[in-house]
Design a protein around this ligand. Structure first.
Ligand code: PGA
Ligand code: ZN
Length: 424
């Protein structure tokens, strides 16, 4: 019997020590637990995360969202078959009654949606990557983009750019990709550390580099690739998450980099320069989340050479994705379940991206737990790429390690460099 018999929720702490929502859904034949992640560099167009305010946990408590699960969402799902993910997700969204899920909180709604998915897998005795897969079955193991250097809102660094990542494009298997990225990360750590003490790590486990300038960070990462015995570009390409929304000043219409205030045109030139000067293969959020004109111009200029990945721009939102596809504003979509608010919405945005010829990249948040659902989701939906953070901190490794388990149990091959947009 897959009918849902009970739903419970409670407050736990995430990898930053911040409160978040954990939900457990029970059926007669199995239960599922899911824990909601949280961003720091959140976009304005994401589904709305509900926080209590007040004094508890500095206002960051989630007791109201937990109460919403118990009091308002549980009655909506109890008695329904856990396997009816789509019907349940629609009912959850209806119960909230707002598009952005701001009434009950996207953290309440996604908590239930994710736990239903896990309960359905348990009740039907299937691994999650099979239970979430379409009729054609699960896909291949995703190419990881691994955070090596961190700045922006994720680190006490002088560097405003958020992530510098290693993409092991020369790897033939997922385990080989991890090993390659690990070697690059270790080499970067040796360049940054003093030999006696480990260098500081940021929210996603990347190192905090002693540089403020993007070109210096690119050079450091490329040197680390070489130190690790790999060829920059052909073995290991570079990805960058500029997270430009978070240093854009909308009043002055300027991008605030150390000692400079760049206009849109100057920022576009700067990003194009990085692509010319370094082996960059993927650029996320190079411009602010509502700078549509800038995105279109940049896409015209470099979209045939590099993956242009929308995170804050798209916010895993179908309407924003459609607009971006129509405008040709990017060529890849970051997929974050808690930006969307339900598993079904997440799946829909991913499938729409694929239909448009764009590459989807399933992504963690900077605030995570050891919940590994996104690893299964990426394989189930054959996303091709995944972005989890660095190869450190258990909330990151839970997902990388889950992919190793899926590789062992399911096989399914490795998406590799062919997953990157555009296909070169
Ligand atoms: P966030 O960062 O979870 O803090 O938003 C991740 C990202 O920007 O990709
Ligand atoms: Zn991002």
């Amino acid at each position: 019997m897959t009918d849902i018999e009970g739903v419970d929720a409670w407050e736990v702490l995430d990898s930053r020590g911040e409160p978040t929502v954990r939900v457990r859904v029970e059926t007669a034949d199995g239960a599922g637990t899911f824990t909601v992640p949280a961003g720091a560099s959140t976009g304005a167009h994401e589904a709305v995360e509900r926080r209590d305010g007040g004094d508890r946990y500095g206002g960051r408590g989630v007791r109201d969202a937990v109460a919403a699960v118990r009091d308002e969402l549980a009655p909506v799902v109890v008695g329904r078959p856990a396997t009816d993910q789509r019907g349940i997700d629609e009912a959850l969204v209806d119960r909230d009654g707002t598009e952005s899920l701001s009434r009950l909180g996207a953290n309440a709604v996604l908590g239930v949606s994710g736990a239903v998915a896990r309960a359905a897998a348990a009740a039907t005795d299937r691994p999650l990557y099979e239970a979430l897969a379409p009729d054609a079955g699960p896909g291949s193991l995703p190419l990881p983009m691994v955070n090596v250097l961190s700045g922006g809102l994720h680190a006490a660094a002088d560097l405003p750019i958020q992530d510098f990542l290693a993409v092991p494009v020369g790897a033939d298997t997922y385990p080989e990709a991890l090993e390659t990225a690990w070697a690059v990360r270790r080499a970067a750590g040796r360049r940054i550390g003093d030999g006696d003490h480990p260098p500081p790590v940021a929210d996603e486990g990347g190192f905090v580099p002693p540089v403020a300038d993007a070109d210096a960070a690119f050079d450091l990462l490329v040197d680390a690739v070489r130190d690790a015995g790999h060829d920059p570009g052909s073995d290991v390409a570079i990805a960058v998450d500029v997270a430009a929304t978070h240093f854009y000043d909308p009043d002055r219409e300027r991008y605030a980099l150390p000692g400079e205030a760049l206009s849109r045109e100057a920022m576009i030139d700067r990003v194009a320069g990085w692509i010319d000067d370094h082996p960059v293969r993927s650029v996320e959020d190079p411009l602010a989340e509502d700078d549509w004109r800038g995105w279109e111009r940049l896409a015209d200029r470099v979209g045939d050479r590099v993956q242009l990945l929308g995170d804050d721009l798209l916010a895993t939102n179908a309407a924003r994705l459609d607009r971006a596809v129509d405008a040709g504003a990017a060529n890849a979509a970051l997929i974050k379940p808690n930006q969307a608010g339900t598993i079904t919405r997440t799946r829909r945005v991913l499938e729409r991206a694929v239909d448009a010829g764009w590459a989807p990249v399933v992504s963690a948040r900077s605030g995570e737990t050891c919940d590994s659902t996104i690893a299964d989701l990426a394989v189930a939906l054959d996303a091709g790429q995944i972005k989890i953070g660095s190869l450190a901190r258990s909330e990151r490794l839970a997902k990388y390690n889950r992919l190793l388990e899926i590789d062992r149990r399911h096989g399914g091959g490795f998406a590799g460099a062919a997953a990157l947009s555009p296909r070169l």
